[in-house]
Design a protein around this ligand. Structure first.
Ligand code: IPE
Ligand code: MG
Length: 236
């Protein structure tokens, strides 16, 4: 979700005004995705690198996050939205952690739709943490490194139990991955849009999904393997 700052700057407003509108866009996107048939949406709300922003901006973002969690909980429960997080949430302010715990616990039984918030998330941190946890499990005799595989190792990632993303959308015209789900997005399709996050609405999401639907996902195979030419298929 990129472009909050530029959205504000274009209007001569402080950056935090852009973040406030960004929260509105989160509400819109959460329900737009569900209405369009998406079963899981992950929002990269705060990266491990974002702590290096000015203290006032970080503080404002944390307050907004806390307020958002407090305000949304009843709606999540009413609308069947399961909330999950990825990232080092243990390093977030205590107030945010408290609301996160409450919201995750209160929605964990819901099955229709999952909203994942990436908070204090970064792929390199995630992989480093997973490697440490895996090594400790090996030392404790709980894992056998001789038979390790992606399936066994990926259980130590923050995304354990979540499916890989099919589509990654980046807003605001940037064409970078910025440490987001680097391993999980190994076969994801990417859509880059110039729309700034506060302006990102349901039609923008629908357009990204339409673009996704036009892609051919080959997962390393050839086109013919995926869709055998008619004649060949008949001969087989
Ligand atoms: C939102 O957009 C991203 C968050 C960390 C909340 P930015 O704050 O990165 O907006 P720009 O890039 O300055 O426009
Ligand atoms: Mg940015």
């Amino acid at each position: 979700m990129d472009g909050n700052g530029r959205w504000a700057k274009q209007r001569g407003l402080p950056r935090i005004a852009g973040h406030r509108r960004g929260v509105e866009a989160v509400r819109t996107a959460t329900y737009a995705a569900r209405d369009l048939g998406v079963s899981m949406l992950t929002l990269y709300a705060f990266s491990v690198e974002n702590w290096q922003r000015p203290k006032t901006e970080v503080g404002a973002l944390m307050r907004l996050l806390e307020l958002y969690l407090k305000n949304e909980l009843a709606t999540f429960v009413r609308d069947g939205v399961r909330l999950r997080t990825i990232g080092r949430t243990g390093e977030l302010p205590e107030g945010v952690q408290k609301h996160l715990r409450t919201a995750v616990e209160a929605t964990k039984h819901l099955t229709g739709y999952t909203l994942v918030l990436a908070l204090n998330y970064g792929s390199r941190t995630e992989v480093t943490d997973a490697a440490r946890a895996y090594a400790l499990a090996v030392a404790a005799g709980q894992e056998n490194p001789q038979t390790s595989s992606w399936t066994t190792f990926s259980r130590y990632l923050s995304t354990a139990g979540l499916p890989d993303p099919d589509l990654v959308i980046r807003t605001s015209g940037e064409t970078r991955v910025s440490n987001f789900l680097l391993l999980q997005a190994a076969y994801a399709e990417f859509v880059f849009t110039p729309v700034l996050w506060p302006d990102f609405t349901k039609p923008d999401l629908a357009a990204a999904l339409a673009e996704y639907a036009r892609r051919e996902r080959r997962f390393g195979l050839t086109s013919d393997q995926l869709r055998p030419p008619i004649g060949k298929a008949a001969a087989n």
